[in-house]
Design a binder for this molecule. Structure first.
Ligand SMILES: [Zn+2]
Ligand SMILES: [Zn+2]
Length: 234
């Protein structure tokens, strides 16, 4: 190689680098416009300055740790719920920083697709279902921590707030695991209990019964001193 060629070669490669950088930045802009954080992650995780191994993050004065459950901002009035899986700081060639979190979604009642209508009667507004769906989302989507209890724990609560949920099944590939037919049941109708509905407890067998299944109104139920269910009356 002659000495005179050297500057030419190095100039060409720096022009290429600049073009690559311009291309990358326009790609990043497009992904941000589309809010496509999953592909933004794929694109920038290779950058040497990007880091994907934080154990906790501080946002608006609250510390969030991997494995904790979160309430996530939704377009509607009620929140989504998700588990915090990963905290990442992506960096582009201009040292612009893109902090993101990876979450595993829980479905809430309003997110369940085509399930039989009567199933909806058994499902609570405070119920969540673990899914196998993951996304990268902005840290600014975090609303607060969420608490996910078992049904039994939730049932015993004296007071509740809107960040407390319970889980008795997962929802994987549009299917409940375990299936609804295997959920614990209550009442003489033997249906899965829904804490959103009104129940009355039998003094004899301690079973909770739907007011409508035992022909009671709310007012009548309040006035009753003792309730004994039809099964125990026989
Ligand atoms: Zn019933
Ligand atoms: Zn009874």
């Amino acid at each position: 190689m002659s000495a005179s060629l050297e500057p030419k070669i190095s100039r060409t490669s720096s022009v290429d680098e600049k073009q690559d950088n311009v291309l990358l930045l326009s790609q990043i802009q497009k992904l941000i416009q589309k809010k496509d954080n999953n592909n933004l992650y794929k694109l920038l995780k290779k950058n040497k300055k990007s880091r994907t191994s934080y154990k906790k993050l501080k946002y608006e004065g609250v510390i969030y740790k991997i494995g904790q459950n979160l309430c996530i901002k939704a377009d509607r009035r009620i929140d989504y719920v998700a588990k915090l899986i990963k905290i990442v700081k992506l960096v582009d060639n201009n040292d612009e920083i893109y902090p993101l979190i990876k979450v595993q979604w829980y479905y809430r009642k309003f997110e369940l697709g085509d399930i039989p209508k009567n199933y909806m009667d058994y499902i609570s507004e405070n119920e969540v279902f673990k899914t196998n769906e993951y996304d990268y989302i902005e840290i600014e989507s975090i609303v607060s921590l969420a608490q996910i209890l078992t049904y039994e724990e939730f049932d015993k609560l004296e007071t509740m707030n809107d960040t407390t949920y319970f889980m008795r099944a997962a929802y994987i590939n549009q299917t409940f695991q375990p299936p609804i037919e295997e959920w614990a049941t209550t009442c003489i109708c033997q249906k899965p209990p829904n804490p959103d509905l009104k129940y009355i407890q039998c003094e004899a067998c301690q079973e909770w019964c739907h007011l409508k299944c035992v022909d009671l109104t709310k007012d009548k139920a309040k006035k009753l001193l003792n309730f004994v269910c039809p099964k125990c009356q026989q």
